[in-house]
Ligand binder design. Sequence first.
Ligand SMILES: CC(C)(COP(=O)(O)OP(=O)(O)OC[C@H]1O[C@@H](n2cnc3c(N)ncnc32)[C@H](O)[C@@H]1OP(=O)(O)O)[C@@H](O)C(=O)NCCC(=O)NCCS
Length: 188
Amino acid sequence: MDSFFIRPETPADIPAIFEVNYQAFAHYDEARLVDALRDAKVFNPELSLVAVHDDRIIGHIMFPPVTIESPEAITPAIALAPLVVHPDYQCLGVGAALIEEGLNVCRTLGHRIVIVIGHPGYYPRYGFRSARANGIVAPFSVADDVFMVLALDPGALDGIWGTVKYPEEFDAIVGSGMRKGKKADSLS
Ligand SMILES: CC(C)(COP(=O)(O)OP(=O)(O)OC[C@H]1O[C@@H](n2cnc3c(N)ncnc32)[C@H](O)[C@@H]1OP(=O)(O)O)[C@@H](O)C(=O)NCCC(=O)NCCS
């Protein structure tokens, strides 16, 4: 499908972004997470992109800031989470366009490392690789193959290791899942 375009979100998009997150996940966790991340001090609207088709928001991607922390260093990074495409428009290349444009914006803004929790059959096509194999681990229980990292420029991961620290807004969905004994398997 080529009749859609990607742009940063605007305040007028907020209800439609909530709705597309709800429609894609069939529950409110990610929709509420997006609202909470938008209200956070560190929110950058350049890193919240929408896909628009016929004046309708059909997809959304967000890149909240994270850090990779070890006793040696605290390294800034960015998370890809959440990513959604409305069920009526999935498997038409909208998710790919959101990821590619989003990663371009991240590069332009000087970000060098992206973390994702997502399907191991989907994200490797964009260059994501096992985070654990790079010495980067999650702060909660997550299968190794869904916890991935991408270096946006060569060498960005050299010497980087540690635990990813997510904004506290993630606690509401990951934290409650953990308390229920569930493993995180997808935030994007
Ligand atoms: C995941 C999602 C964002 C992909 O967006 P999309 O626009 O449908 O994807 P694209 O058209 O860019 O890419 C389609 C490809 O992704 C694959 N794909 C789509 N959803 C997938 C998923 N949940 N897991 C694995 N692969 C998936 C398709 O099989 C297809 O593969 P192919 O290119 O080999 O045929 C979208 O399907 C979605 O919002 N799903 C509901 C939310 C969700 O499950 N998020 C977790 C994703 S890990």
